[in-house]
Design a protein. Sequence first.
Length: 94
Amino acid sequence: MSKDAIAPEILAFEDALLRSLEQMAPPLAEAEVPEAPIARRGRPLGSFKANPKVSTTIRFDQDIVDALKASGRGWQTRVNDAVREWLERQPKAN
């Protein structure tokens, strides 16, 4: 829509509104801009455990991985618990 198609009253109102906003707001250079928090990467602070998990690579058949993932969130924790239970049932090595 061109300015010719807009009623002169609307244009005058718009100009007055913009002038009043300019008077109310401090110039951009003087405006207080809060500092952005420093983005931290990696594990959040305070989330260290006494016995942290260790990243490793283990190979499973595809159908096993598919079934585990299909069991929902926490599947890796359930695998960890199952392996721990299996190890506890094994005879102790000297």
